[in-house]
Design a protein around this ligand. Structure first.
Ligand SMILES: [Fe+2]
Length: 507
């Protein structure tokens, strides 16, 4: 999904208990544990280029069920966490990250586990508490897995992302309705369908326009409407819902906005009804009813941000697949989108599970005057995925993007570096956390509100160390990524790599 990487789990597995809950001692839900609040000296973290880990994986176990992809099977809470270094005091709020966490550790696919959110509360230089909680979805409460019952509506794992908008903390699983969580203890309040206005699925990657506070989103489906466009007002009220016509049902994981446009990409990962029938009968053996069909073509769609799907303008591009994008902006007639591109997806056994082909960071430019789109490869070596950017730059020209690097490994998706990419000149500032350490999505949080530079802020990333089976939340100064973290918060248990997080700052 994000490129290939190296198995680095043998030492980890050796230290791992059989229930997958290895890691530093942690309390269970009922009684918070107070950990020593001593501030430790800043850790010495290798910053030089290091080779990828060469530790083997266990070939008898799916890669998403071993190492730090394996689920944690207990809900834990802890208070006053150990901090190495000094947390920026302006980071006061809740960091909440979602991931696929199969409760029986037997999921047939990385994407199918129940949603589990890891929440970390930071307060003016202190790490006040950590909790991990399953999202209390209908399938989770019923004890059924993905595919056991029709997916959609409340019947989804809600395991992909967290969203902070309109004073609500939501989770999204992409194939159904979001769920709402409490920011006090990340418990689940219930399914959230925007007062009944949401009729289809809801993306895991909505975009919040920093100029208006509105959230722009979409949902895709297996039947009409195959694609829908939504606008949610700053108070969380859905004000716009319209279908967008596309020829066939495709997997659409992300989209973008400019200050005047909504930008979709309709790429040839196509829903396959025959595979779906097989899957419904035996979800364990045919886990994903999507297939690579380049003959279906690939297109970028540009439509008015305020809505008006009848005005959408489509631009043909070469077949490819894109899970994630950095940002988009408009320059005159040109709509420019920076994406993490894969040459194909689900085109052969294992692809999309262990990695797509030839990942690259690419700039698409769609010219609304000529009707033509071009593609420029910005980086093709350790190009990165799981991107982030300054949320104040969403929809307008950005200078920087932040990505997660990968390491060559045929057996798993091995995450590695944190990469800061300068889109003005292609230069990169990279932090390599070390051969046994693996960074995850680097979430950018603005720092000094008086400094509008789009690297004036902090990057939050869970970093796991196979050698000692420890996860920390690393906090990096985005102006000096290669210097490594200014602070690390030691988690009371390992935090599986997961997918996407958000930051809910105190008002
Ligand atoms: Fe995603």
């Amino acid at each position: 999904m994000f490129g290939a990487g190296t198995a680095s789990v043998a030492a980890f597995l050796a230290a791992c208990s059989s229930d997958g809950t290895a890691g530093p001692a942690a309390s269970t839900t009922s009684s918070p544990t107070t950990l020593p609040s001593t501030t430790l000296p800043a850790s010495t973290i290798p910053t030089s280029t290091a080779p990828g880990s060469t530790l083997p994986t266990d070939p008898t176990v799916p890669w998403w069920l071993q190492g730090n992809y394996a689920p944690v099977l207990k809900e834990v809470e802890a208070a006053d966490l150990v901090v190495r270094g000094a947390l920026p005091p302006e980071l006061t709020g809740l960091y909440a990250k979602n991931g696929s966490n199969p409760p029986k550790a037997d999921s047939p696919h990385w994407f199918f586990g129940d949603g589990m959110v890891h929440g970390l509360r930071l307060d003016a230089g202190k790490a006040s508490w950590y909790r991990n909680r399953y999202v209390g979805t209908q399938p989770h409460l019923a004890g059924v897995g993905f595919g056991e019952g029709a997916p959609g509506g409340e019947g989804n794992q809600s395991n992909v992302s967290t969203i902070w908008h309109g004073g609500r903390l939501l989770t999204s699983g992409e194939v159904g309705f979001p769920y709402e969580l409490s920011t006090t203890d990340i418990s689940t309040k219930g399914v959230f369908d925007f007062d009944g206005k949401l009729k289809t699925s809801f993306t895991a990657h909505p975009k919040i326009d920093p100029r208006t506070g509105k959230m722009h989103a979409f949902g895709y489906g297996f039947a009409d409407p195959l694609l829908s466009y939504y606008i949610i007002e700053p108070d969380g009220t859905m004000s716009h819902n319209e279908p967008v016509s596309i020829p066939t049902s495709t997997m659409i994981h992300d989209f973008q906005i400019t200050d005047t446009d909504a930008v979709f990409w309709d790429l040839p990962v196509v829903f396959d009804l025959d595979m779906a029938i097989v899957w419904i009968n035996d979800p364990a053996n045919n886990p994903l009813p999507y297939t690579w069909r380049p003959e279906a073509g690939a297109r970028i769609g540009v439509m008015p941000l305020a809505g008006g799907a009848d005005k959408i303008q489509w631009f043909d591009i070469d077949p490819c697949y894109v899970f994630h994008s950095v940002n988009a902006f408009r320059k005159g007639d040109e709509v420019i989108v920076d994406v993490c591109r894969l040459d194909s997806m689900f085109s052969k056994d294992g692809e999309g599970i262990g990695g797509g082909s030839d990942p690259s960071l690419v700039r698409w430019t769609a010219n609304t005057a000529t009707g033509k789109a071009t593609q420029e490869v910005l980086n093709a070596e350790n190009s990165g995925d799981l991107p982030s950017r300054d949320p104040r730059r969403v929809g307008i020209e950005h200078r920087f993007g932040y990505l997660t690097g990968t390491r060559p490994n045929p057996d798993t998706v091995e995450l590695g570096d944190i990469i800061k990419h300068d889109f003005t000149n292609g230069s990169r500032d990279v932090w390599n956390p070390g051969p046994t350490r693996h960074a995850t999505e680097p979430l950018f949080i603005p720092g000094d509100p008086g400094d509008s530079a789009d690297d004036a802020g902090w990057l939050l990333s869970f970093v796991h160390d196979d050698a000692v089976n420890e996860t920390v939340l690393a906090v990096l100064d985005a102006t000096a990524v290669s210097k490594g973290p200014v602070a690390e918060v030691v988690m009371p248990q390992r935090v599986p790599y997961g997918f996407h997080g958000t930051w809910a700052a105190d008002a």
